[in-house]
Design a protein around this ligand. Structure first.
Ligand SMILES: Cc1cc2nc3c(=O)[nH]c(=O)nc-3n(C[C@H](O)[C@H](O)[C@H](O)COP(=O)(O)OP(=O)(O)OC[C@H]3O[C@@H](n4cnc5c(N)ncnc54)[C@H](O)[C@@H]3O)c2cc1C
Length: 525
């Protein structure tokens, strides 16, 4: 993984000419961004942890599993939001951990948490490092130091129970490895977020992730049937049955807990048979409103395709759903493009029934090409962000969700907030996670960088957060809270809800060492 950008540096992409033209002619991007620092140039704070403490950490995990070298610390600094990347490109390593610690078992994690609680060392659980909400930068104040708890050594498939269709994993398994391990049994998880190639199963659970095929396979939190959480107060073992009436479901308290309540050390996940057949295609709708009504009809009446993505007019015009052809428009560049994908059993029947609903709702079939183009480029769009940053444009994504009746208001509110804060940015949106009662809205924004692009984006983000709260949406559908959404999350929860989170935190993590500053709204005095 690139330390200051996305993915495999060998796959970095030059901006195609149509995109350069868009930046120049539509957005007025004139000057390139500041060139990126080299890894060696990143300025890190001195290691704050005393030698004896580093020795004590090494006693728990073994020599060689406590890293304080420059590169290891840089690679565990922040996540992959655009402000994170801008700061890394500028050589700002101020949020670096003092050490990277790699435990090899649940027992080692539990022992580390006891040690760090005693010695007041902040602990940031680190999966794939793809957080886009500031979930990996801890508050240092009041701590002897900060460690990144890298879960990469906990990377085993623990069991496969084909009768119950449940598989057990350690948390540091990356999504492609999980799919590869399951493929040996003819199974799949079906969880394919755009960060698929790097994110881990533990990170998906901790941040309540949702993948591109959520219409068919569900969100990641739908897949978790059991888990083990190591906390400074002891171990929490959850999930002895698929459903239970034995009180509130505490699994839900761990899902989305973003490393603030404990460290997920194993997961039991619902799996499905690997699809025998896949079919993707495109449809055109006259407007986002017409397409939304069609998507709602599918969600409410069925059958739902496995993949369902509806771009608004701007996203369709730019061609964002087909990242390899961005800026080229084409035959399906007008109206609103819908991608429908069908995987698994009875594909022909489901396709026919869903197509009837789409046609009845005013959709025009575009055939397999747009669907295949989407599938081909489904993980490549993030590579473009690095090239755009270098070219002098800021590009960032943000998301929310709401009930169907409120979705148009939410859509307008976010767009207006972005336009108000940034002048005339390019704002694109799609719906790709749908429910009977509502859907998420996922926005992509492109704007010319000003002299301080981090501050520029922070102003825009603050305006959007306020607009989402005001318009009655949730501050996040699948990216999580981290630091970037904390204020809005506090408003969403209200004082009683925020108090519950603080009480849980105090019970599980009395010394407050776990990911301080993330998820839990501070008490207002
Ligand atoms: C280019 C790009 C595309 C993305 N696309 C999507 C998408 O389509 N859908 C989506 O849902 N998200 C997406 N994301 C966001 C991100 O991938 C998810 O939040 C993912 O769930 C994070 O997984 P990770 O392993 O990288 O976790 P990390 O980023 O390492 O950690 C995320 C949070 O969880 C905590 N954590 C990690 N592991 C554990 C553990 N074992 N126990 C306790 N806490 C833990 C961390 O402390 C942190 O707070 C995208 C991000 C990027 C950069």
């Amino acid at each position: 993984m690139s330390w200051s950008g996305w993915g495999d540096p060998a796959r970095a992409r030059e901006l195609p000419e149509p995109v350069r033209a868009l930046l120049r002619d539509l957005l007025g991007v004139r000057a390139p961004g500041t060139p990126a620092a080299s890894l060696e140039q990143v300025a890190l704070p001195a290691v704050a942890l005393a030698r004896p403490l580093l020795g004590a950490l090494a006693e728990v995990v073994g020599d060689g599993h406590v890293l304080t070298g420059h590169e290891a610390r840089v690679r565990h600094t922040r996540g992959k939001s655009t402000p994170d990347l801008l700061r890394m490109r500028a050589g700002d390593g101020s949020a670096a951990p003092d050490a990277v610690v790699l435990p090899g078992s649940h027992e080692e994690v539990a022992e580390l948490l006891r040690l760090c609680s005693r010695e007041r060392v902040a602990v940031v659980p680190f999966g794939g490092g793809t957080s886009v909400v500031g979930g990996l930068a801890a508050d240092r104040a009041g701590f002897a130091g900060v460690i990144a708890l890298d879960l990469g050594r906990l990377d085993r498939l623990l069991f496969v129970d084909e009768e119950s269709m449940v598989a057990g994993f350690e948390p540091g398994v990356r999504a492609p490895d999980a799919e590869r391990l399951l493929a040996g049994h003819g199974l799949t998880l079906g969880h394919f977020p755009q960060s698929f190639e790097y994110a881990t199963l533990g990170g998906f659970a901790a941040a309540r992730s949702s993948g591109q095929a959520s219409a068919g396979y569900g969100r990641f939190d739908d897949m978790v049937v059991g888990l083990t959480l190591a906390t400074p107060s002891g171990t929490l073992e959850l999930g002895r049955a698929p459903k239970s009436a034995a009180g509130p479901d505490l699994r839900q308290l761990v899902l989305g807990s973003e490393g603030a309540f404990g460290v997920i050390t194993s997961l039991r996940l619902r799996v499905r048979r690997a699809p025998a057949e896949r079919r993707y295609e495109g449809w055109r709708f006259a407007s986002f409103a017409a397409g939304s009504a069609a998507v709602r009809a599918l969600a409410q009446e069925g059958p739902l395709p496995t993949v369902l993505r509806l771009s608004d007019e701007t996203e369709t015009m730019i061609g964002l759903a087909k990242p390899d052809g961005i800026g080229t428009g084409g035959a399906d560049g007008s109206g609103c493009l819908l991608i429908a994908g069908y995987e698994g059993a009875r594909v022909a029947g489901r396709h026919a029934a869903a197509s009837a609903v789409l046609a009845r709702s005013g959709g025009e079939p575009l055939g397999p090409e747009p669907g295949q183009a989407w599938e081909h480029g489904r993980f490549s769009a993030p590579y473009l962000r690095d090239s755009l940053l270098a070219a002098g444009a800021t590009v960032e994504t943000l998301e929310t969700a709401g009930f169907w009746a409120n979705l148009p208001r939410l859509y307008d509110a976010v767009r207006l907030a972005l336009l108000g804060a940034l002048g005339s940015p390019l704002v694109m949106c799609h719906i790709s996670h749908v429910y009977e009662t509502g859907a998420s809205l996922y926005f992509t924004v492109v704007t010319p960088q000003d002299a301080d692009p981090v501050a520029q984006w922070q102003r825009a983000k603050a305006a959007v957060n306020a607009s989402i709260v005001e318009a009655g949406g949730t501050i996040t559908h699948h990216h999580g809270v981290g630091r970037d959404h904390l204020d809005a999350y506090a408003s969403e929860l209200g004082p009683v809800g925020a108090g519950i989170l603080r009480a849980v935190k105090a019970e599980l993590d009395p010394a407050g060492i776990l990911n301080p500053g993330v998820l839990v709204p501070p008490a207002v005095s």
